[in-house]
Design a binder for this molecule. Structure first.
Ligand SMILES: [Zn+2]
Length: 178
C-alpha cells in the first residue's frame, strides 16, 4: 500500500473542524479566535506566515508558516509544497536574525496529538533562539500575547523581510515589553 493511502488514518481533526489557519489565510477574523489579520507577516499564492497567538516568554516572536490550502499534517502535505514552506521559512529566519539579533533559529513541526500538534492544519514554527534561553525547559510556558504586541512584532518582521540588506537595529526587547 502506498504511504499516501495511509495518510487519512493519521488525521485527528474533529468532524466539521473550523480551522483557524484557513480562516486567517482567507483573511477572515473570527472574534472567538485569537488570530488577527495584523498577525500576518507574509502571504503569497501558496504560503502564509504569521505571528503565533501564543508565544514563549524568552523567544518572541514565534512565527508560524502554513500552506494556504488545508492539509492536516506531514502525512498528507504534498512534498513539493514543503519546498515553498521552507522558501518562506528561510526568509523569515533571515529577517528574525536581523530584526532581533537572535543567536540561532529553531524550526519545529508537530504531527498528531502525541507529536504535540494542537491545530489541525500543517504549520512550521520558526522561532528565534537566544543564548541560554532554556527554550526546551520552558516549552509549556506559552502565553497568549496581546494582539497589539503581536502587531508590533509583525510590523518589525515585515520591515526586515522587505529590506533584506538592512542591518540589525539594536534590539533589547523593551519595545515589546518582554
Ligand atoms: Zn486549515
Amino acid at each position: 500500500m502506498s504511504n499516501l493511502l495511509l495518510a487519512p488514518l493519521f488525521k485527528h481533526a474533529p468532524e466539521n473542524y473550523c480551522c483557524p489557519f484557513c480562516q486567517i489565510v482567507q483573511r477572515m477574523e473570527n472574534p472567538a479566535d485569537s488570530s488577527r489579520l495584523s498577525d500576518i507577516v507574509y502571504q503569497d499564492k501558496l504560503v502564509t506566515a504569521l505571528v503565533a497567538s501564543h508565544q514563549y516568554p524568552r523567544n518572541a516572536p514565534n512565527i508560524i508558516v502554513v500552506p494556504n490550502a488545508h492539509y492536516e499534517n506531514i502525512f498528507d502535505l504534498p512534498p513539493e509544497l514543503g519546498s515553498d514552506i521552507y522558501r518562506v521559512a528561510q526568509q523569515i529566519a533571515f529577517a528574525l536574525k536581523r530584526a532581533y539579533a537572535c543567536d540561532g533559529i529553531s524550526t519545529r513541526q508537530h504531527n498528531e496529538p502525541t507529536g504535540s500538534q494542537d491545530v489541525w492544519h500543517f504549520h512550521l514554527h520558526v522561532t528565534p533562539r537566544f543564548k541560554n534561553d532554556g527554550f526546551y525547559k520552558n516549552f509549556y510556558d506559552k502565553f497568549l500575547m496581546t494582539a497589539e504586541q503581536r502587531a508590533a512584532h509583525a510590523a518589525r518582521v515585515k520591515k526586515f523581510l522587505a529590506s533584506p540588506g538592512a542591518s540589525a537595529d539594536l534590539y533589547d526587547g523593551k519595545e515589546f515589553g518582554v
